[in-house]
Design a protein around this ligand. Structure first.
Ligand SMILES: Nc1ncnc2c1ncn2[C@@H]1O[C@H](COP(=O)(O)OP(=O)(O)O)[C@@H](O)[C@H]1O
Ligand SMILES: Cc1ncc(COP(=O)(O)O)c(N)n1
Ligand SMILES: [Mg+2]
Length: 564
């Protein structure tokens, strides 16, 4: 070996004269793993003289945090040699959701598509050391946990999390692999119940894990899952998601989300595939990633569920390994395929119910910023927002869009930008709304990719048909009534709106002169694809945006007007 190379190696492995021993001394097989605890400290770094040195290094590593922060998830989980679940799934999920991911490894598993052949638990001191390294140096937004194979690991984790609080803690209480092998035995339960769950923002048990947490009660139906979610919520976590991927005899894959007040059933058709290894890890990491970006809990959970759906759908025929539990592809978005099903998932037409469109002139008149106006509108119940700032300077518009995006994300409300694809891309807004003389929809789709929402203004059945062919997600139809926010705009009336709705294969939102006095008449035309009304003046040319939005939302939510 060349001497510089050997020096480099020595620097890595020679710990200040302490006896060098491998961190993991033996490969242990099931079912003995639970009793794996080194009787002598196997960690050469625990040599006292070395501890001081390493602490000094860690202290000098504390660097000022740069302004250019990227959302950051720390996963505390086990390694899956097959690359389908655990740490490997978490890294891929975070990368796919464009979030930085650091890793604390709690166990190394020898695992493939057949099952788990061996587990080697990392000593809790070394888990603590990894946690300390990451958390003392980096700004972590969200911690996500997976396989926590020993009670002592759960304990050190809780201890260190108390020292370094983060924005959110996502706990996937991994107990068995999908192949049925034990990954954490019942000894960890006390740690979960007494320490971890009370600190948790969301816990994501599958059916079997939920049953174990509740003392092995059988869970056989969605109604049982609801009961379980409530009982687990009583154990301390602020939100619970009971996953139904393994619910027997179910055509749908239903997850039950409970936030302490409301239950939500997240339902998608069960995808017929062997490639579902790592879905639980991926779901929890996606939730963590969305929370790190600033999403609300419900919207993070919904996005994560959509992501799993799309990934399983795309990977249903993937052939990796010869066993019964294959991994799936987290990076399906990079592949050049038709993503129509993914796009439909991401865009919920019911979001068109109360569509708030901003106007710079009105904001100026009332002396408020775009962000103030948007905040009041989403607080009042706007279900989607479009920034329509025709006169703003690009730089100001971009800055305002970023602030509005943060506000909208925290309410789970999509934010679209009028016309400006460059601004959509620059701030990663949820989509664009274009007019008939703006960027053609087909080009907008190829520039923005499959995931963004694209809406287009249409006055005629022909334009509505073209919008569908070109890959739009919805159409805005109007002006239904005369309006002063658009010069020389032809009014099409309720008759024109009805004709366009009948011809449109896409969901429609009505626009033009609509407010509290006439929204009922618009919705009462009774077209199933008319999903809501878009409003400008009746929200933003008002003294109190919040009150006017609330009133309009209440009217549109009347059961007689709601078309699902
Ligand atoms: N075949 C499937 N089709 C669609 N979604 C699935 C399928 N299997 C699992 N899921 C979804 O994947 C996520 C993980 O669920 P589950 O398999 O129950 O958890 P775990 O992987 O922890 O056992 C859930 O959102 C569930 O609804
Ligand atoms: C290291 C590790 N962590 C978690 C899982 C659970 O994943 P799945 O339920 O899909 O088998 C696993 N199999 N291995
Ligand atoms: Mg699963």
């Amino acid at each position: 070996m060349a001497s510089s190379e050997s020096q480099l190696l020595r620097r890595h492995f020679d710990y200040g004269g302490a006896p060098v021993a491998p961190v993991f001394r033996r490969s242990l097989r099931f079912p003995f793993w639970n009793s794996v605890h080194a009787n002598t400290d196997p960690n050469p770094k625990n040599h006292p003289s070395l501890r001081v040195k390493i602490q000094a290094q860690a202290d000098t590593m504390m660097k000022p945090v740069s302004d250019n922060k990227i959302p950051h998830v720390l996963t505390v989980a086990g390694s899956d040699s097959g690359g389908g679940a655990g740490i490997q799934a978490d890294l891929k999920a975070c990368a796919a959701r464009r979030v930085y991911c650091s890793t604390v490894i709690t166990a190394v598993t020898a695992q493939n598509t057949v099952g788990v052949q061996g587990v080697n638990i990392v000593p809790e001191d070394f888990v603590a050391e990894q946690l300390q390294s990451v958390l003392s140096d980096m700004h972590v937004d969200v911690v996500k946990t997976g396989m926590l194979p020993s009670l002592n690991i759960v304990k050190v984790l809780c201890q260190i999390l108390r020292k370094f609080p983060v924005k959110a803690l996502v706990v996937d209480p991994v107990m068995k692999s999908s192949s049925g092998d034990v990954l954490a035995g019942s000894s960890v339960l006390t740690g979960f119940l007494e320490e971890l769950l009370p600190m948790t923002d969301i816990v994501t048990p599958n059916i079997k894990e939920a049953s174990v947490l509740l003392g092995n009660v059988p869970l056989k139906s969605v109604s049982d899952m609801r009961t379980a979610a409530k009982l687990i919520h009583d154990m301390g976590p602020r939100n619970v998601l009971v996953k139904g991927g393994d619910l027997p005899n179910s055509l749908d894959s239903v997850d039950v989300f409970f936030d302490g007040d409301e239950f939500y059933e997240l339902c998608s058709p069960r995808i017929n595939t062997r490639n579902s290894h790592g879905t639980g890890c991926t779901l929890a990491s996606c939730i963590a990633a969305e929370l790190a970006k600033g999403s609300s809990m419900l919207s993070a959970v919904k996005t994560a569920k959509h992501f799993i759906d799309a990934a399983l759908d795309y990977s249903r025929d993937l052939a990796i390994g010869n066993g019964v539990q294959g991994p799936f592809d987290h990076f399906f978005e990079l592949k050049n395929i038709n993503h129509s099903s993914w796009r439909q998932n991401m865009f919920n037409p019911n979001d068109l119910l109360l569509y708030a469109v901003t106007d710079s002139g009105m904001n100026m008149k009332w002396g408020r910023s775009i962000a103030e106006a948007v905040k009041a509108a989403v607080e009042g119940g706007a279900t989607i927002v479009q920034l329509r700032e025709k006169d703003a300077e690009t730089r100001d518009f971009l800055d305002a869009s970023k602030v509005c995006l943060e506000i909208c994300r925290s309410y789970g409300v999509p934010l679209l930008i009028n016309d400006r694809l460059d601004v959509v891309l620059a701030c990663d807004a949820d989509g664009v709304h274009v007019g008939q003389s703006d960027m053609p929809v087909r080009l907008a789709r190829s520039l923005l990719g499959p995931e963004k929402i694209i809406g287009v203004s249409c006055k005629t059945p022909e334009q509505a048909h073209q919008a569908w062919i070109d890959g739009a997600d919805y159409i805005g139809c109007g002006g239904v009534y005369p309006t002063n926010t658009k010069a020389n705009n032809r009014t099409i009336g309720l008759e024109g709106l009805k004709k366009v709705c009948e011809a449109s294969k896409l969901p429609v939102v009505a626009i033009g002169g609509i407010g509290l006095s006439n929204a009922r008449a618009v919705m009462e035309i009774g077209e199933p694809n008319l999903k809501g009304v878009a409003v400008v003046s009746s929200l933003f040319d008002r003294e109190c945006i919040l009150t006017d939005t609330r009133n309009l939302h209440a009217l549109l939510s009347e059961p007689a007007l709601l078309i699902q």
